[in-house]
Design a protein around this ligand. Sequence first.
Ligand SMILES: Nc1ncnc2c1ncn2[C@@H]1O[C@H](COP(=O)(O)OP(=O)(O)OP(=O)(O)O)[C@@H](O)[C@H]1O
Length: 254
Amino acid sequence: MTQAVRTEGLFKRFGQQVAVAGVNFTVPAGSFAGLVGPNGAGKTTTLSMITGLLRPDGGLAEVGGVDVWRDPVQVKARIGVLPEGLRLFERLSGRELLHYNGRLRGIPKAEVERRAEELLRVMDLTGSADKLVVDYSTGMRKKIGLAAALLHNPAVLFLDEPFEGVDPVSANILTEVLQRYTASGSTVIFSSHVMELVERLCDWVSVMSGGTIVAQGPIDEVRAGRSLNQAFLDLVGVRQGGEEGLTWLGSSSH
Ligand SMILES: Nc1ncnc2c1ncn2[C@@H]1O[C@H](COP(=O)(O)OP(=O)(O)OP(=O)(O)O)[C@@H](O)[C@H]1O
């Protein structure tokens, strides 16, 4: 099986805190893959090391068999990234942002224009194409960010919480674009806290907890007859005794 992404013993610490403790993360090519895990599990740190944004302290990360940290230029040409926090060039219009990205990627001008107009139309952003990105809503930012990440037709697309703050109509548009993209053999890897979404969209899932992968594989194998939500709770451990304390909360004595 060809791997779109493979890491081996990936490791990162921040001071005393080990954020990623030797992760073997794999995603087969053509997958719609979900990366899930509790807050602080190390998902963003892992994705940052695979996309060349954060240098690992140890281990190996490969995209399409190419070592991310030995050949970052080749890897960056093959990937698209919709990062957490979505830092975009705020003072460009949506259309300018796409043109700028396309030119940075070395795509000929006429081709950039053709692709940009198509992406704007599919994302339902044509009417806002000349508005500055700073004036875009959260959902519009996600959509223009995704359009920018797709413009060079990457083999692997990384998305950090792509549906956060996105309304159902825009979420539907994003989903359709991503499904079309994976149907043609490309790979999507996204992190999310929304289990229903991962369950509905993904055919592959990796579950992280405490800086390690605790389960990984085809989604039906990881679920093993349970809902993904239940599998997640079983795997990462439900904290017992949460109902103790907070005795004052909701009391009607005032
Ligand atoms: N730049 C940093 N400096 C110090 N500690 C960091 C830094 N980035 C992440 N960490 C720590 O590393 C751990 C993993 O964080 P990370 O952001 O990768 O988790 P996550 O799984 O993406 O969490 P969330 O679901 O809340 O986004 C956390 O304990 C976090 O506090």
